[in-house]
Design a protein around this ligand. Structure first.
Ligand code: FE2
Length: 172
């Protein structure tokens, strides 16, 4: 039996993906830089795929599957609030949000399900935690100036974003 707590947490995760999509889409609209476009598009893709992975469970549990206007508005506003920050500072801010809010919530899902009773929900919770860890890794790569910062997504995404040129991550 899936607990109300698990469902509530999962809905927050689903809405977190909506926030993330709106956030990265807003940042994408602000740049023409090839390097930045590829990184932001890969992160947008990660959020879209995260949303797609969670959606069947949202419907199965009778939760609202439509995009929540408040989550979208929150993503747009947060991105706009970073408008005047440098590329590196934007990612530092993102990494802080993920560390402080995202990870505890996303990894917390696993504690709310008994794998022997609900193997599919447990598998979903594992995915959700891995999703949040990989997005943090990419954000930290950008902050640290690691070459090819989105490389952890190459295997994680089902439909990866390829760059036309090799990513340098040198402009940070
Ligand atoms: Fe996400």
């Amino acid at each position: 039996m899936i607990s109300g707590e698990f469902k509530e947490n999962l809905l927050n995760v689903y809405r977190g993906e909506q926030f993330g999509e709106a956030f990265y889409a807003t940042l994408l609209a602000e740049t023409d830089d090839e390097n930045e476009v590829v990184i932001l598009a890969a992160l947008l893709q990660l959020e879209t795929e995260g949303k797609a992975r969670v959606r069947p469970f949202i419907v199965k549990y009778g939760l609202p599957a439509y995009d929540n206007p408040n989550s979208i508005a929150g993503g747009v506003e947060t991105a706009r609030g970073l408008e005047n920050e440098s590329w590196r500072n934007k990612f530092e801010a993102m990494a802080a949000i993920i560390r402080e809010q995202g990870l505890p919530q996303y990894e917390g899902l696993l504690e709310k399900v008994i794998p022997e009773e609900e193997p599919e929900a447990a598998e979903l919770a594992e995915f959700v935690a891995a999703h949040e860890r990989v997005i943090l890794e990419v954000c930290e790569n950008v902050v640290n100036g690691t070459p090819n910062p989105t490389s952890p997504l190459d295997d994680f995404l089902h439909f990866p974003i390829a760059s036309r040129t090799r990513l340098s991550n040198e402009e940070n």
